[in-house]
Design a protein around this ligand. Structure first.
Ligand SMILES: C[S@@+](CC[C@H](N)C(=O)[O-])C[C@H]1O[C@@H](n2cnc3c(N)ncnc32)[C@H](O)[C@@H]1O
Length: 293
């Protein structure tokens, strides 16, 4: 069967960012920050990072850091142990880098000791230009592995960029979530060759190579009632984010749209809470340790 003209959200950066921000405004995404900074970074990563002399810099690498809201608390937490940090960031969206720079400026004194090196590039472009020139003690990719062209090879590349004993942190949608159930069934429902990534895709290449990797699971829910509203702009942006397609209601055939929305409303993806429709949006943090050679 010929594929219909569904447009991928990532092909329109502006629309993607608008729908991502709409999703964030409903999902209380940053409420999880304390868990990521305290339980994941401070309890499970920092104590195991290599010890450095006080005058040596910790090299940190952020992949798809966006506007820096998640990376900035990480940096302030790392500064407590490592007073000198170089933070390289690859982020392809110019407006996100502008926002990140403004955030850094507004937090000036809290980030004293951090030298930033922003690269307006995709990870693939960085790989082509820098190869494995610089090695890092800590690499984080927070909700950005969905976007890379080849997940396995990107992860192994990031692993190669780690110093011995260094840590890679990937935060991503859990394969145990209702959201992931929805995305897994979507290509079949839409009869499209779409690709969606969750934590299982992250663990797989490391487990296959016996590389140590631990996972920390966090529960989360999001009220998605608004995405069933066909008359509001928020509803459209929210829906587009969930399916990761641009203008989904207008570009899908009526039957594709109906099937996808019915499945989304089913108990495999969501639950009813009074008049609300609530989706399980659990996340996983996958921590990988670079083995000493
Ligand atoms: C969902 S946002 C996450 C932003 C931020 N890490 C956060 O958690 O708020 C994904 C980010 O990945 C960036 N991105 C998209 N394609 C990328 C690629 N190929 N390499 C690196 N980053 C990419 C996007 O521009 C966007 O800022």
């Amino acid at each position: 069967m010929a594929e219909s003209k569904l447009l991928h959200l990532f092909d329109d950066q502006k629309h993607y960012l608008k729908s991502f921000q709409t999703f964030n405004s409903y999902s209380a995404k940053y409420a999880m920050q304390e868990t990521w900074t305290n339980t994941v970074l401070l309890d499970n990563i920092v104590p195991h990072l290599p010890n450095l002399d006080r005058d040596k810099q910790l090299r940190v690498f952020g992949i798809g850091s966006g506007s820096g809201e998640v990376d900035y608390p990480f940096l302030t937490a790392l500064l407590k142990k490592y007073p000198i940090i170089t933070n390289r960031v690859v982020e392809p969206a110019e407006d996100q880098i502008i926002k990140y720079k403004a955030l850094v400026q507004s937090k000036g004194h809290e980030l004293q000791g951090v030298k930033f090196d922003w690269r307006q590039q995709t990870l693939e472009q960085y790989r082509d230009t820098d190869g494995v020139g610089t090695k890092f003690h800590f690499i984080s990719t927070i909700h950005s592995m969905y976007h890379v062209e080849d997940v396995d090879s990107s992860l192994m590349y990031l692993y190669d960029l780690l110093e011995p004993g260094g840590k890679l942190l990937v935060i991503i949608l859990s394969d145990q979530s209702g959201f992931s159930n929805f995305l897994n069934r979507l290509p079949g429902l839409l009869k499209q060759s779409l690709r969606y990534i969750s934590s299982a895709h992250i663990r797989r290449p490391f487990e296959a190579r016996d590389i140590p990797c631990v996972q920390i699971h966090r529960n989360s829910e999001v009220d998605i009632t608004e995405c069933f509203n066909e008359t509001s702009e928020d509803g459209e942006l929210f829906r587009d984010f969930l399916v990761q397609l641009k203008g989904f209601r207008k570009t899908a055939t009526p039957s594709q749209y109906k099937e996808a929305m019915e499945y989304l409303a089913s108990s495999e993806c969501t639950k009813k809470d009074g008049r609300k429709i609530v989706m399980n949006n659990d996340r996983d943090a996958v921590i990988v340790t670079k083995m000493s050679t």
